[in-house]
Write a protein that binds this ligand. Structure first.
Ligand SMILES: Nc1nc2c(c(=O)[nH]1)N[C@H]1C(S)=C(S)[C@@H](COP(=O)(O)OP(=O)(O)OC[C@H]3O[C@@H](n4cnc5c(=O)[nH]c(N)nc54)[C@H](O)[C@@H]3O)O[C@H]1N2
Ligand SMILES: Nc1nc2c(c(=O)[nH]1)N[C@H]1C(S)=C(S)[C@@H](COP(=O)(O)OP(=O)(O)OC[C@H]3O[C@@H](n4cnc5c(=O)[nH]c(N)nc54)[C@H](O)[C@@H]3O)O[C@H]1N2
Ligand code: SF4
Ligand SMILES: [Mo]
Length: 712
């Protein structure tokens, strides 16, 4: 029996775990109380890591489909098969790749997702970002110059926080790595501060808030613009130390002129007095911060709304300031120079719908167009990597049809699920306990600067292949080096090159290719931390609270924060038109539950037991009018499709709004998900509309779908 300390890779919170390992099994999971960052916090998902790890449905060897049936294969066979079949697709654009959420949660993804995409050399790259946070990348790209320069709420030092379209008590934070978010919100209240939640649903976070502002879905952009309007109207703008770092802020006033509180009250469902008071609270708090997430990004005006969030942080002088919105500085990153080339989209366009590329990818919703539409450059082969587009993309009935029409498909995934059942080859990734961990992505969003590395809690079994090696191997296959290239030699060559570029005069240390790469990044990083130090500190190293980063963080040509980027200004007439278009009728929004993780953890018994989680929340008034009762089945219809779903009548959802979580619908044939199959639920993306996107970022509109609800 051994105790091993590691980091939970399941959500963005980076909780430290204390694992009890007996033989080759994790038999107990506790929050690591000595973890420098999470101090023992643990949620039910983390607690189930041992069960998830040992899930009997988890694939342990590659599968190759022959004559319609999956057969087990060796890794050599699987890679050789992929290499061979790829020769049928000499046009690289005919081979697409979809990268899903778990890719950002692994060292494999952190180090090799970029090289993998590059090696493939196809323009048809899609990721879960365009059903999630792409508006944030685009907005910070335009304003600050760097697509990853997303400031996060410094919750531990703020006095007032305005939260829109996020439920961190359930999601544990997003684009915001904040272990024990509930504890931190409560601490904020305890020290005399407060927070307000804007949400059409009384979420767990809204229940704990000092004020819950109920909003009509999809209208946060109007509320946010009205708040900016009020800062000017009530003479509350106060840039404090930011004045030297921003372009002319006074011009914003004119842009938000049509969006006064009286003009937006009807459309948002929030009275003008509430909006005015909110603006005052925000401006008058000594330290305040605005934070928006899913309800502000997977909506029609996601990029403008995201811009408005950080513009409020600027106009109240709360950007880059303790207690405001601040930029972390991870140990593997270096400080910037303060200027750069800036950011633009549309360096190339998609073949069918002419969507501009954003961060080198096309909107996930258009993957289907590229598969379905004949002609030169048509996608005929697909690699899915840690993604379940068959459930997670809008109009998933169409996605399913498209996947089944492909000539060749490979999935890098531990499960035979709704997506991978369409694959010809499945390359299974090892369970969490078997892999080394360092959070390349989430340290960028962390509420404190910390560093932590942990080696696999249990060594990988003989003959199994780590995800880092799967990525590397595929990259060499894409590069034409064949299925048996000498990875160590290539890695040594790359490391030498990187060493030279970084001007490093030391030999990076580590037991694996990835450790040496990480050691190089760390030692040339902002703090000069070494891999050795991280190995000696299994609870992580605290590098202190976030510190101001202006102007060094900026990468705009002007060396200033661009307050009115042209693409944002150009989108405002569309926002105004929407404001003037009255909207009535029932709309559908999403939600998350603490015991779920998108589509792929419903196979863990402890997480799906008890009351069904996949229900349609209906307000009592609406339920009475429609003739629905608690426990009844409703038929929900949208432009796209029709589903039948279990009803939960509750005053927690606003009138005129229904809510349904995503990631369910595990009743598809040909999968191997025993437990999830018994708790199938219904796929909400049979209703969401693949034609609705935020054009500035290519992000799907997942909230505010128009639906009709009747008894089934
Ligand atoms: N209607 C609606 N739809 C939504 C959302 C919503 O709010 N409403 N949310 C959207 C959001 S925010 C997101 S991020 C997307 C997620 O969309 P996806 O990323 O497409 O889907 P996930 O459900 O995260 O599926 C993850 C896949 O990775 C596999 N996997 C698990 N662990 C590993 C691993 O270690 N390595 C590899 N290679 N694979 C692994 C799982 O088996 C599963 O197949 O869904 C989006 N879809
Ligand atoms: N337990 C759990 N944690 C997760 C995940 C999970 O599936 N389960 N997924 C992870 C992923 S991939 C992500 S991206 C994050 C997301 O993290 P969050 O953004 O915190 O996610 P949600 O819990 O979906 O909260 C979104 C809230 O927005 C509300 N909402 C919907 N439409 C609107 C709108 O138009 N305006 C406003 N103001 N509110 C609206 C919903 O009612 C909901 O309460 O969570 C991550 N963490
Ligand atoms: S909050 Fe997230 S990181 Fe922490 S234990 Fe739960 S799933 Fe893991
Ligand atoms: Mo996400």
């Amino acid at each position: 029996m051994r105790t091993v300390f590691t980091t939970c890779p399941l959500c963005e919170a980076m909780c430290g775990l204390e694992l009890t390992v007996e033989g080759d099994r994790v038999t107990k999971v506790r929050g690591d109380r000595e973890d420098e960052f999470s101090k023992g916090f643990l949620c039910p998902k983390g607690a189930s890591l041992g069960t998830l790890d040992a899930d009997p449905d988890r694939l342990s060897t590659p599968l190759i489909k022959r004559d319609g049936e999956f057969r087990e294969a060796t890794w050599e066979e699987a890679f050789a098969h992929v290499d061979e079949r790829l020769k049928d697709f000499p046009d690289r654009d005919a081979v697409a790749m979809y990268l899903g959420n778990p890719v950002v949660h692994s060292l494999a993804g952190g180090l090799y997702a970029g090289p993998l995409r590059k090696a493939l050399g196809s323009r048809n790259v899609f990721t879960a970002s365009t059903v999630d946070q792409m508006p944030k990348h685009v907005q910070v790209g335009h304003m600050f110059g760097g697509i990853f320069s997303i400031p996060v709420p410094d919750i531990d030092r703020t006095d007032f926080m305005l939260v829109l379209g996020a439920d961190p008590f359930s999601s544990n934070g997003s684009l915001w790595t904040v272990p024990d978010a509930p504890g931190r919100f409560k601490a904020l209240q305890k020290r005399g501060g407060s927070f307000v939640v804007v949400d059409p649903r009384r979420s767990r976070t809204a229940q704990a808030a000092d004020q819950h502002v109920v909003i009509r879905p999809g209208t946060d952009v109007f509320l946010l613009l009205a708040l900016i309007h009020e800062l000017f109207a009530q003479d509350l703008v106060n840039l404090r130390d930011l004045a030297a770092h921003v372009t002319d802020h006074s011009v914003i006033r004119e842009h938000v002129e049509p969006f006064g509180p009286d003009a937006v009250a009807d459309r948002t469902g929030i009275d003008a007095g509430t909006i005015r008071a909110l603006a005052r609270r925000l401006a008058q708090a000594e330290r305040a911060v605005v934070y928006g997430r899913i309800g502000t990004t997977t909506v029609e005006f996601g990029t403008v709304a995201s811009w408005a969030v950080d513009t409020l942080n600027v106009l109240t002088g709360n950007l880059d300031r303790p207690g405001g919105a601040m930029w972390p500085l991870p140990a593997h990153s270096r400080r910037g120079s303060g200027t750069g080339k800036g950011f633009a989209i549309g360096r190339w366009h998609s073949r069918v719908q002419w969507h501009p590329e954003v961060m080198g990818e096309f909107p996930a919703v258009t993957m289907v167009d590229e598969i379905e539409t004949p002609g030169e450059g048509q996608v005929r082969a697909l690699f899915t990597v840690g993604g379940n587009p068959a459930l997670s993309l809008p109009n998933s009935a169409r996605v399913n049809d498209a996947l089944s029409s492909l000539d060749f498909m490979v999935s890098v995934d531990p499960y035979l699920n709704e997506t991978t059942r369409h694959a010809d080859v499945i390359l299974p990734t090892p369970p969490p306990s078997r892999r080394d961990h360092y959070d390349i992505a989430f340290l960028n969003n962390s509420v404190r600067n910390v560093a932590k590395y942990s080696r696999a809690a249990i060594p990988l079994e003989e003959g199994r292949v780590d995800e880092t090696e799967i990525f590397f191997r595929l990259a060499t296959i894409f590069s034409g080096l064949g299925p048996k290239a000498d990875l160590d030699a290539i890695a040594a060559f790359q490391l030498a090159d990187l060493k030279k570029k970084a001007g490093a005069d030391f030999e990076p240390e580590g037991e694996t290719r990835e450790e040496r790469l990480l050691d190089l990044k760390l030692r040339t990083g902002a703090y000069g931390v070494t891999l050795r130090q991280l190995l000696d500190n299994p609870h992580g190293i605290d590098l202190g609270p976030l510190t101001p980063r202006l102007p060094e963080i900026l990468r705009t040509p002007s060396g200033k924060i661009e307050l009115t980027p042209q693409p944002i200004v150009d989108d405002l007439p569309r926002v105004l038109e929407a404001l003037r278009t009255p909207e009535t009728g029932m709309v559908l929004v999403g939600r998350r539950h603490l015991r779920t993780n998108n589509s792929w953890m419903h196979n863990v018994p402890a997480l799906v037991k008890g009351k069904p989680l996949c229900t349609l929340l209906v307000n009592p008034g609406d339920a009475g009018r429609i003739g629905l009762t608690d426990g009844a089945t409703a038929q929900v219809t949208s432009r796209i499709g029709k589903v039948e779903v279990l009803v939960e009548v509750t005053a927690d959802i606003a009138p005129g709004v229904v809510s349904m979580p995503h990631g369910w619908g595990h009743d598809q044939p040909g999968t191997r998900l025993t437990v999830a199959g018994e708790h199938a639920g219904v796929n909400v993306n049979l209703l969401t509309d693949d034609l609705r996107i935020d054009p500035l970022s290519g992000t799907a509109v997942l909230n505010g779908t128009r639906v009709q609800v009747v008894p089934a």
